[in-house]
Design a protein around this ligand. Structure first.
Ligand code: ADP
Ligand code: ASP
Ligand code: MG
Length: 456
């Protein structure tokens, strides 16, 4: 590759627009005007909001051999797209082209209404949302005389046999694909979808378009990754549960990664790491309010004190109690090896002299894990927990910070507490039925006392 092309990649920005941002003709038009600037960029699109959920429903019905139910959801979704086309395009020529394009994708989905539906076919169906949104958007740009190239993500986005991104392949392939169009400054591609190690269509799990954007950014050493969504940045608390939340202006990569992993839905759990590894700033911005400052995630950790809290549900707690010197050297390693064997990651851990408690969210191999752990002592398992994760600067000189948290939670039973693992995190385990109460109490006891940013 020539020096010129490498330099161009370096200046590129990656802009990802989520489901709501492309969820209606009006919003698609706003996105088109937002991206219509001369600087080089790759635009990553999600499926239109609601589409992936419908595709999941179609697949669930096909698994259960409910062909009629599946067909009626397919028809309903097809109708929605016909309506979108009618509003999105001006000319009959483009309306017809879009109708034909959408028709071909729905023919594909309908061809899967048959017996013996497999997970391979399900993944093919789930990919249709992003293929539809990008195809329709590209056609709209064309009608609007905005020059752009549609880059198929299935050509460069790949996961390996462990379902982890094949970053070496992506970093090799994507620049080659881009180099095919040396005079193009605007590329459109699909989020979420990829190929697996067998070359089949696969995906990066729900919410995975954020991950696509950061993998793309890392692969080309982009200048910046922007995640455009329906809210003005990472809020200090879950806005679906708590009123009066506000955007946090700056987060470090580690703080953002903790929040994303522990339930802040605005970011896919794995999406911070690729950006962190290449030190590429990630900005969270609002398509519906583009002038808002949003959140900048970078190596800097701006501000002090507690910045935000998030909560993750579906957590299982496991306690291993042993009379045999639990904390003798080598003992914890043997326990961890059981989880390693079943590729199950541990989120929280606390120990005492006679017991160790830990949490997992993936219960696929829970029976096998429990059976093996029983060799070490008595094992208890309990489900329906949530991890409440607070991030910010828990510096030693401010012991009152932690006191405030516990005071605000005085009526809520805490099953586990994890503090000191890093200087910017404190995690608590509560029964999920107390989650909302805990988030509200933390808002009242912690954030209402802290200084809110001037722009909030
Ligand atoms: P997109 O479709 O653009 O990917 P998502 O629905 O995945 O958007 O993520 C944005 C949503 O995340 C917001 O509408 C908000 O309800 C939810 N959310 C949960 N926790 C937070 C948080 N701490 N800050 C901002 N948004 C959050
Ligand atoms: N469309 C996918 C989903 O709904 C991916 C994404 O939106 O990020 O999960
Ligand atoms: Mg999302």
């Amino acid at each position: 590759m020539t020096l010129y092309k490498k330099t161009k990649l370096f200046y590129m920005k990656v802009l990802k627009f989520g489901g709501t941002s492309v969820g209606s003709p009006t919003n698609m038009k706003s996105v088109a005007s937002l991206i219509n600037t001369p600087d080089p960029k790759i635009v990553v699109l999600s499926a239109m909001s609601g589409t992936t959920n419908k595709l999941v429903q179609i697949s669930e019905n096909l698994y259960k051999d409910k062909a009629d139910e599946a067909t009626s959801i397919i028809e309903e979704l097809h109708q929605t797209y016909k309506q979108v086309i009618d509003e999105l395009y001006k000319s009959d020529k483009y309306k017809q082209q879009a109708l034909d394009f959408v028709q071909s994708h729905f023919e594909f989905i309908k061809s899967k209404v048959k017996d013996n539906f497999s997970s391979h076919e399900e993944r093919g169906i789930l990919a249709q949302g992003e293929l539809l949104s990008t195809g329709l958007f590209q056609l709209f740009l064309e009608e609007s005389n905005i020059s752009s190239v549609l880059l198929p993500a299935l050509n460069f986005m790949k996961i390996d046999e462990n379902e982890e991104p094949d970053t070496a392949f992506i970093a090799r392939q994507l620049p080659l694909d881009l180099a095919q169009y040396p005079d193009t400054n605007l590329f459109i591609t699909q989020g979420y979808i990829c190929r697996n190690s067998f070359g089949e269509i696969d995906n990066l799990k729900r919410g995975g378009s954020d991950y696509s954007a950061s993998l793309i950014g890392a692969a080309i050493n982009a200048a910046e990754i922007q995640i455009w969504t329906d809210i003005d940045g990472m809020h200090n608390n879950d806005p679906r549960i708590v009123k009066n939340t506000y955007p946090v202006a700056e987060l470090s990569f580690d703080e953002a990664a903790e929040l994303a992993y522990f339930g802040a839905k605005i970011l896919h759990p794995s999406s911070v790491l690729p950006a962190k590894q290449k030190n590429i700033p990630v900005r969270l911005l609002n398509t519906l309010q583009p002038e808002a400052r949003g959140t900048t995630i970078s190596a800097r950790t701006g501000g002090s004190n507690i910045k935000a809290v998030a909560a993750k549900d579906g957590i299982t707690a496991i306690k291993i109690k042993s009379s045999r010197m639990l904390l003798a050297y080598g003992f914890l390693r043997r326990i961890f090896e059981v989880f390693e064997e079943y590729k199950t990651s541990i989120d929280m851990i606390t120990t005492s002299e006679v017991a160790v408690s830990l949490t997992i969210d993936n219960t696929r191999y829970i029976n096998e894990i429990i059976a093996e752990l029983k060799e070490f002592g008595t094992v208890e398992m309990d489900q329906d927990f949530s991890i409440i994760c607070l991030v910010g600067d828990f510096i030693e000189e401010r012991p009152g910070t932690v006191l405030n948290i516990f005071k605000s939670l005085e009526t809520i039973p805490l099953r586990m507490i994890s503090y000191g693992g890093s200087k910017n995190n404190l995690s608590l385990l509560v029964k999920t039925r107390y989650k909302n109460q805990a988030l509200l109490a933390i808002n009242e006891g912690v954030f209402s006392k802290s200084e809110q940013p001037a722009h909030a």
